[in-house]
Every structure is written in C-alpha cells, then in structure tokens.
Design a protein around this ligand. Structure first.
Ligand code: HEC
Ligand code: HEC
Length: 150
C-alpha cells in the first residue's frame, strides 16, 4: 500500500513539474508588453510629453485621487525632503496657490489620525499621476458620474 502511494505521489509530482510552464514562456500570448518573453527586456516606451502646468483637472468619480495638472520632473521625494509637500502641505498651500492635501492623508491604515502626513501617503505618485496625450491602452466606455461634471 505504501509503495503504491509512493508511486502515485511520484507520478503526480513529476507530472506536475513537467507540465508547469516556465517563467520565460508567454505561450504566444500578447499582453500590454507585447509578446516579449518574461525573461527578456522589451524596448522601452517612448517618453510621453507631459503638458505644461494648468489648473486642476475635473474628477471622474468620488474618492478619485485627483490627477496632477502640472509637470513633476525633478520633484524629489526622499528621506531628506518632499518637494510635493513644499506646495501642498497645510503649512505651504496658501503661499503656493496649491490644493492642500486631503484630511484623509493624515490617517494611518488603522484609522489613527497623525499630526503630519501618514507614511502610507508619503509617496504621492503611488496614487496621483501626471497626464499625457496618449493613446488609451485598452478601449473604455467609462462615463464620469453626473454630480462631478459641468
Ligand atoms: C511649486 C509648487 C508645487 C509643487 C512642488 C507641486 N505642486 Fe501639485 N499643484 C500645484 C498647484 C499650483 C496646483 C494647481 C491648483 C489649482 O489650480 O487648482 C497643483 C495641483 C495638483 C493636484 C491636483 C489637485 C486637484 O484638486 O485637482 C495634484 C494631485 C498635485 N498637484 C499633486 C502634486 C504632487 C504629487 C507633487 C509632487 C510630485 C506636486 N503636486 C508638486 C503646485 C505644486
Ligand atoms: C494611497 C493613495 C494616495 C496617496 C499615496 C496620496 N494621495 Fe492624495 N488623494 C488620494 C485620494 C483617494 C484623494 C481623494 C479623496 C480624498 O480626499 O481622500 C486624494 C486627494 C488629494 C488632494 C485633493 C484634496 C482636496 O481637498 O480635494 C491633493 C491635493 C492630494 N491628494 C495630494 C497628495 C500629495 C501631495 C500626496 C503625497 C504627500 C498624496 N496626495 C498622497 C490618494 C492618495
């Protein structure tokens, strides 16, 4: 009985391993990165041109992180400084004419309110992105919610 079990287990294991696709193989499927195998580096996309600074861009749904209506090249965010907060913090927003960061940005993920920006919101471009006049990657018929459009 033990021997039989070992043989069955052996078959399952080797069979399983043999039929696993390797990481490198896209199986001929095309994704947003094309058909380049996963272990080779595809050609880089051309850099998109981010439009010059302009006023805030309309939001499409409630709780949307507003998109960034200006360029951010060279705006460093690291241990020593935070360029975004030099204009968007509650201390500096008036002087800079910028929107102040949302009250929600002071909350930790457990809902505790801090006296400064929560570490979970430190890297703004995790959620806020600049805009470029680019071809959509996939078709979408998404419509903005009525309450937010003019
Ligand atoms: C030199 C000042 C300055 C810096 C630095 C700056 N911003 Fe801004 N930001 C502005 C101003 C001014 C506006 C436009 C406000 C308006 O016209 O409503 C703006 C708008 C925005 C908005 C849109 C707000 C809304 O209500 O729609 C976002 C999001 C934003 N910035 C994110 C960032 C991020 C992220 C960084 C850092 C990578 C950054 N900003 C750095 C000045 C700045
Ligand atoms: C985890 C995602 C996330 C991160 C990180 C984040 N934000 Fe936001 N932000 C949001 C969302 C979602 C909203 C809209 C809902 C809200 O107010 O919470 C928002 C709103 C804002 C607004 C508009 C506030 C208003 O009153 O309309 C500004 C300005 C802003 N964020 C700036 C920043 C800056 C600057 C940073 C970096 C210090 C940052 N955000 C980091 C998700 C994020």
């Amino acid at each position: 009985m033990k021997k039989l079990l070992a043989i069955i287990l052996g078959c399952i294991l080797t069979g399983g391993f043999l039929s696993l696709p390797t990481l490198a193989d896209t199986g001929g499927l095309s994704s947003l990165r094309g058909t380049t195998d996963l272990d080779s580096v595809p050609n880089a996309e051309e850099m998109k041109r981010v439009p010059k600074d302009r006023i805030a861009i309309e939001r499409d749904y409630l709780h949307q992180p507003p998109v960034i209506p200006h360029q951010v090249r060279g705006y460093n965010v690291n241990l020593k400084g935070h360029k975004c907060l030099s204009c968007h913090s509650w201390k500096n927003y008036k002087k800079a004419g910028a929107t102040k960061i949302s009250l929600t940005h002071f909350d930790t993920r457990d809902g505790q309110q801090l006296s400064d920006v929560s570490p979970s919101r430190y890297f703004c471009d995790q959620c806020h992105v600049t805009q470029a006049d680019a071809k959509p990657l996939v078709k979408s018929d998404f419509k903005s919610v009525d309450a937010l459009t003019h």
